[in-house]
Design a protein around this ligand. Sequence first.
Ligand SMILES: Nc1ncnc2c1ncn2[C@@H]1O[C@H](COP(=O)(O)OP(=O)(O)OP(=O)(O)O)[C@@H](O)[C@H]1O
Ligand SMILES: [Mg+2]
Length: 373
Amino acid sequence: MRLESLALKDFRNYEQVSLELDPGLNIFVGDNAQGKTNLLEAVYVLALSKSYRAAQDSDLIRHGAQRALAAAQVRKLAAVELGFVLSHTEKKRLLVNGKAAAANRFVGTLLAVLFSPDSLQLVKGAPADRRHFLDVQICQIDPVYRKTLLEYQRVVRQRNSLLKAAQESRALLGQLPAWDRQLVRLGTQVILRRLTVVEQLQKYARETQREISQEREDLDLVYVPFFALRDGGPHKLPASEAELSEAFEKALRELHAEELRRGCTLVGPQRDDLVFLVNGRDLRKFGSQGQQRSAVLACILAELELMHAETGEYPVVLLDDVLSELDKNRRLQLLTLLNAKAQTIVTATSLDSFPQELVERAAVYRIRQGRIA
Ligand SMILES: Nc1ncnc2c1ncn2[C@@H]1O[C@H](COP(=O)(O)OP(=O)(O)OP(=O)(O)O)[C@@H](O)[C@H]1O
Ligand SMILES: [Mg+2]
């Protein structure tokens, strides 16, 4: 899949910009605060329908402007036009081929994978980051999952309100069983889908990690549901849907009093984690910085293969300022691997971190104060 062209109007610091992209490697070079990340963010919004770093859509509208617009031409088997309109006064509009589209249909049209310095925290960072890493992928390849996840999140919010309100008025607890049933039903679906995806990712990531480490490191990805975490770490998981929802219900019973006391939902996939093991040891606790970074790289490359296996297309890869964070060897390995498979859009403050032979083949753009040359 390729992004052929992109036009922005009043998006972040871009007043008006329009550009054609190379099917291979695109390098955007600019000093700090010129608009490099903003550009990748626009592509990300075209893929996922919302930003990963804006608290609200209206933050994306250029200061002083009324609305932000984006239009892009995407090429897969057929050409697709994507666009969005963000406004201070009206609802966000997502467009596919010029027509308004629901988010569930919009997401997945353009597949994208973002890799930024924050991604390097995947292993060491918070469990929420690792869940997000999985969810962003699965939502792009599976609209049913996206719908289930959103519905599940709504159930958790409403159940939380109920638990809080029940602290004052116990009679409300009569409503709880109905919410519990939904929580278990939707939550189990979320966990099941994440389990299958982790299994696929693991297969690809393991291969890559062996390559990066000259066959010395075996990487394992283990999805750990909340009830297993409570029991002290990764262990044998329930194999079937029935066993999963049983474990879910058991945890729900055990934590009932605690949930009431705290006024919030303490069970469910919003508390799950993903654990990385290298040669059987927890990478977060025992891995060197370099090993952790390699594992992240392996996961990102695995993400590409997963999307390709599921959709027949490689996603567009967005690399925001990460090359300077990698050593020369890994930089070359990453870019060469990507170059062979996917359209790549890279930002950097200088061209120095790029291998010369790749720069020669790349399309290079300069970004200065929201202008691209
Ligand atoms: N809604 C907005 N309207 C106008 N300008 C904005 C808006 N949001 C962000 N900016 C500005 O856009 C500029 C560029 O931001 P961006 O994050 O793209 O920089 P960058 O080129 O990635 O820099 P760095 O190398 O530091 O990461 C910043 O100066 C920021 O203040
Ligand atoms: Mg930036």
